[in-house]
Design a binder for this molecule. Sequence first.
Ligand code: ZN
Length: 255
Amino acid sequence: MSSLLFDTHAHYTDSKFEDPVSLLKQLFETDVCGVMCCGWDVNSSKDSLNLAKQFPGMFSSAGIHPENCTDLEDMNAALDEVKKLCSDDKVKALGEIGLDYYWDIPKKKQLEYFDAQLCLAEELDIPVIIHDRDAHGDVFDLIRSHKKVRGVMHGYSGSAESARQYANMGFYISFPGTITFKNAARLPEVVGVVPLDRIVVETDCPYLTPVPYRGQMNHSGYIKYTAGKVAELLKIDYNEFCSIEVVNAKKLFNI
Ligand SMILES: [Zn+2]
């Protein structure tokens, strides 16, 4: 049984990665069979697609992150670009999109972009990658108002009860490296309530590095620590978990 994983959320176009191509070549040999490279605005979505085209196991997403919506003057023009990108075979999701109430970003604008992109995802019938930081109630309400939307709750930080509801609504729950932290709060409890066929893992690299590399720059080679923790909490064999996780990620992104 293979112990390769699918990293469902990574940012290899981040300028912190000096030579992502060489790094990914190595990671695809030793640690991962799949990587979702996420865009956060039009340019990073284009760059993610170009990078993904260099690796058979790599895919990309296109979308406008809540932190980036205030840079834009014309929402419709930006969403037209996102729509065009989504027509490429390598673009498997619309994201990352959502709400971020941690930073001081005008809520009205965030809500406008999030709602419009959920509409677009329904129109294109493409899964979404959701960013939810300190905005659990509004994210849940908006997603629920778009009945056809499916996808993944990235870097999940909500309650066990919400995770169960998202799973019932057809969503996958993606666990980040923070689950390995001693103060992981409620994440271990969340793992216990999400059906096994709805669980995936991610790095969100170059951020959120798991223990024992916490504090250093993250990459997909460290996803095994996150997966190891999830398998331990589920009390299942590590290799078995890896196989299940890859199947789940492929189903999530229709690969
Ligand atoms: Zn991200």
